[in-house]
Design a protein around this ligand. Sequence first.
Ligand SMILES: NC(=O)c1ccc[n+]([C@@H]2O[C@H](COP(=O)([O-])OP(=O)(O)OC[C@H]3O[C@@H](n4cnc5c(N)ncnc54)[C@H](O)[C@@H]3O)[C@@H](O)[C@H]2O)c1
Ligand SMILES: [Fe+2]
Length: 388
Amino acid sequence: MTATIVSPRLMRIGGGSVGQVAEVLGLFGLSRPLVVTDPWMASSGTVERCLEPLRQAGITAAVFAETVPDPTDTVIEAGVAAFRAGDYDCLIGFGGGSPMDTAKAIAILAAAVPGQKMRDFKVPATADKAACPVLCIPTTAGTGSEATRFTVITDTGTDEKMLIAGLGALPLAAIVDFELTYSVPPRTTADTGIDSLTHALEAYVSKRANPHADSLALSAMRLIGRHLRSAYHKPRDAAAREAMMLGAMQAGLAFSNASVALVHGMSRPIGAHFHVPHGLSNAMLLPAVTEFGLNDALPRYAEAARAIGVATTEDADQVAGSKLLEELRALNQELGVPTPQGYGIARETWEGLLPVMARQALASGSPGNNPRVPDESEIVALYRKVYA
Ligand SMILES: NC(=O)c1ccc[n+]([C@@H]2O[C@H](COP(=O)([O-])OP(=O)(O)OC[C@H]3O[C@@H](n4cnc5c(N)ncnc54)[C@H](O)[C@@H]3O)[C@@H](O)[C@H]2O)c1
Ligand SMILES: [Fe+2]
């Protein structure tokens, strides 16, 4: 088997590194960025953490702050218009996965031929071209989007969260500064942290796993397994925030070079139809989906349990696998993850959408990478199982 490995050309990692944003742009000869962020980042002043060091270097950056959670094709079109209205030589995605994905998608759509829409790029199509380089600066320890070749955009016509993949979505550079995450509230810390854990676990058990992605996935699981609870309970815990940020980035590199699997395949339709935050819908599914595939990749799940720190080399694989399931359930309990019912989704609405959600999950291709590949009826059964 051959593996294709991609990653940003440069990653500047560490506390305070956002202060070096102008220098990083300068390394590539870039100086006219459009900063893509969300309304909260702008109104809270957080975006100044990026704008101020640019200003000090003589760069007055324009800001596009219309990103929405689970970014939509219509917001991307507005972003392309803003990009074309100025003389920009790059985009900076500053924020959680939503602003970073918006910046990537703007770069892809701005390079499209006239008439092409965002949906023309969803998998299995590829999005290899970008109109300009993208620099990503994450402010959540979650998606790893700063290091992946993906962007996830919602089609407002069909309410489908589309996976878009290709070199056009791969950032040129990333600045990974954990100090930006101190202000993330506990709920979002939990959701984004479980998202990263899911990236690492799914990359590790994926049918497309490879030795390079494995090493990153294992390292990410070690970091996240030991630090997620502390980051959730103690937002100012520097060691926990730093470990989570590094783990999220490594998990991003891992799944970008292997793949995600059934949890993500089933999670996107929940996000699209019910606007459940991405990491939270992953968390709702993670224990049941792990149980579904456990025996089809038992040695891998067992090794994951050891990396997370809930099993040892003394434990036989079956024991370690059981400990992994216990840990995923305990983590959801401790981090206050509700069921879809507990989240307020009505049973009739849930039931009514299950066939559509199952078809959308399968169409994304992600379930095909799972150790146990489900058919439509098994996906419906899993959605039913997690509901209450
Ligand atoms: N491209 C990829 O590889 C990839 C991978 C996983 C998920 N995603 C996508 O990323 C999106 C989710 O990203 P996310 O989970 O980071 O959430 P998000 O970007 O939607 O942010 C969630 C909330 O946290 C707030 N926030 C962000 N940083 C903060 C900070 N430092 N302090 C306080 N508040 C802060 C935001 O303003 C927002 O209200 C989804 O659309 C998901 O599909 C993409
Ligand atoms: Fe994710």
